[in-house]
Design a protein around this ligand. Structure first.
Ligand code: FAD
Length: 298
């Protein structure tokens, strides 16, 4: 029986691995892909992680993984299919093997919803982005579009309006769904143009985004397209074990403690106001502290 199993080797899981090594725990970290790094593998450049004014996502992922390995973390490359709890311990069933542990840190992150339109995959990282806070700065003084109508789309449009020359907010309905105060700010901002009743048909560009084609026949000349049509927490493994909020995130505060003793949620997967590398790394550290507190209590 292991002290701890960490599931997922994005920033949260890798940070937890470093702290668990330092705490001399007997633990494993399980990752479904052969590479660690999670979502940061999908970004060309990170410019907001302290100490690095510009670093490639891939390079950062490699550095994080090497640090965890050097600290003594043992990695298992397998996909976790199910977690069950019995008599105060956890069984983590993977595709090829099963492991028992006294505690679990779930750090499986989120998957951003895609539009699934022509040009989206080809131009991802070349003007198509799923994170305005992360990539907005690359479009300083340029025209961009935000696609979506909820809180995140409104917040992204407002954030980008501070940086970009012009922001189109493209939504498939005639009204936004975001909170009223956000909508008021959007409509009061003369850099933002609301484009209602429009679906994106195609994202056009030769090596980088140049144009957004809508199903109304209209086309928008933009350098960036920010897709904010929702994210989905990778929380299926927590169902039946920990409480989830309405949007499907695991309910946990900074301590990363969930409704189930010995089961912790770290990184983008938990309820939190900002999903970033820095907050995920911080969660990894806090989650291990909470595991230690849990062992000391028992
Ligand atoms: C395109 C893009 C650009 C971004 N740019 C920035 C940026 O510039 N700055 C910034 O601060 N943030 C950025 N972010 C956000 C940042 O990447 C995330 O906040 C951060 O990666 C969250 O870390 P995490 O460890 O919680 O989850 P993730 O990074 O999502 O990692 C989860 C890991 O769990 C693994 N996993 C999932 N399910 C299983 C399973 N069943 N079994 C085993 N393993 C599993 C996944 O393979 C993955 O490796 C960006 C995100 C995207 C998508």
């Amino acid at each position: 029986m292991k002290d701890l199993i960490i599931i997922g080797s994005g920033p949260a899981g890798l940070s937890a691995a470093v702290y668990a090594s330092n705490a001399c725990m007997d633990f494993l970290i399980i990752e479904k892909y052969p590479m660690s790094g999670g979502q940061i593998l999908n970004t060309d450049e990170v410019n907001n992680y302290l100490g690095f004014d510009s670093i490639g996502g891939f390079e950062m992922a490699e550095a994080f993984r090497k640090h965890a390995e050097k600290s003594g973390a043992k990695f298992v490359n397998d996909e976790v299919m199910e977690i069950t709890k019995a008599d105060g311990s956890y069984t983590v069933k993977c595709y090829s093997n099963s492991y028992e542990a006294k505690s679990v840190i779930l750090a499986t992150g989120v998957v951003r919803r895609h539009l699934n339109v022509k040009g989206e995959a080809e131009l991802a990282g070349k003007g198509v982005s799923y994170c305005a806070t992360c990539d907005g700065n690359f479009f300083r003084n340029k025209a961009v579009a935000v696609v979506g109508g909820g809180d995140v789309a409104c917040e992204d449009a407002l954030y980008l309006a501070n940086i970009c020359e012009k922001v189109y907010l493209v939504h498939r309905r005639d009204e936004l769904r975001g909170a009223k105060y956000l909508q008021n700010k959007v409509f009061a901002n003369d850099k933002i143009t609301f484009v209602p009743n429009s679906n994106v048909k195609e994202i056009i560009g030769d090596g980088k985004v140049e144009k957004l084609l809508l199903d109304t026949g209209e086309s928008l000349e933009v350098s960036g397209v920010f897709i904010a049509v929702g994210v989905k927490g990778e929380t299926k493994l927590a169902q039946g074990i920990a409480d989830l909020d309405e949007q499907g995130y695991i309910i946990a505060d900074e301590s990363c403690e969930t409704s189930s003793e010995g089961f912790f949620a770290a990184g983008d997967i938990r309820t939190k106001p900002l999903r970033q590398i820095s907050t995920a790394v911080s969660d990894g550290a806090n989650a291990v502290k909470s595991v230690e507190n849990y062992f000391n209590k028992g």
